[in-house]
Design a binder for this molecule. Sequence first.
Ligand SMILES: [Zn+2]
Length: 391
Amino acid sequence: MKKLFIIFFVLFITSCGNKKIYMEDLSDKSIDFIKKYCNRVGISVTFEEEYSDVPIGDFISQSISPGSEIEDVVVKISKGVDPNLYIENHVNELGRVPIMMYHGIHNVDAKYVGGNVDKDGYQRTSSAFRNDLDFYYSNGYRMVRLIDYVNGIIDVPMGKSPIVLTFDDGLDNNIKVIGLDDNGEIIIDPNSAVGVLEDFKSKYPDFNITATFFVNGGLFNQEEYNEKILNWLVNHGYDIGNHSYSHADFSKIDSDKSIYEIGSIYKMLNSIIGDKYVNIVALPFGSPYNKSHGNFSSIMSGSYEGFDYNTISTLRVGWEADYSPFSNDFDKSFLKRIRAYDNNGVDFDILHNFKLLESNRYISDGNKDLIVFPKDKISDFNNFNLEHFSY
Ligand SMILES: [Zn+2]
């Protein structure tokens, strides 16, 4: 019995001697927790602050890696982004944002200047559309969803600028279906707008390809595929909005007809894709031209055959970039768009507008939750409740 006890005692001593304490993973722990932990395991901790794009006060790194034998540790904590980077990148989140207005994308040769299919450039060739996308990308623009822009969610990297793409009229060349694959999925014509966009999605993964399509009663005018198209789009990062049932001119109809024109489209979209459409109306012909028009309130809210709707934003047929969602001038209920066409750099075509943007474009700090702008722009900031920094 005594012998057995001695063996146990020796084993106990040995296991105590071998017992090592290993470093814990501190990456998701609070500073308070880290201090208590180090105190408990008998090591010292030194906190060092460092510039970083992780939020201020958050953990960056630990000198003793998790799972290693425990030792005195240095923990690096973020003191936010180096303000010199804002200066170097000309960060200005009160600058302007281009919302591009497209209609048809045609796989034909251009009849007019710079890839315009029609005289006024509402219709573009597929190759001109590719050139446009290359131009936006190489000039430092990254796409954001229209609904995110409207809601002030602008998630593009430091030094880059947001751009929004829209398509009106639900033309079949926006997303031309050429058949179904073995799984019943739509096969998209690579020269239709979405075909080109999907090609750019694989070519430039950081472009954040997206667009919002504004449809009429005929949806995408491909009867057998319309429902599949709507579902495919909302499941692949695109959005669908309202362009009125019959492409109505709201300055020429009464209020009941206005409610029908808007409400019937929302109701139809809801029956096909549930709540996955956006409550945004692209005004046909850009009409009415001001918000004081009697029909504007019927565009913004109403009830059609028991279906209640509310519109967040309307889009005009504008000519220039709209404002930052954080600017005093921003009015999300009545937004301006740029007609995406080519006119040798004059009359507010793409080139003309992007030249104008050089002096006042929105340039991101890379953090969607922090609004950064130069100090001399502070009087233009519309929401001091948001986390912000001026330099
Ligand atoms: Zn239209």
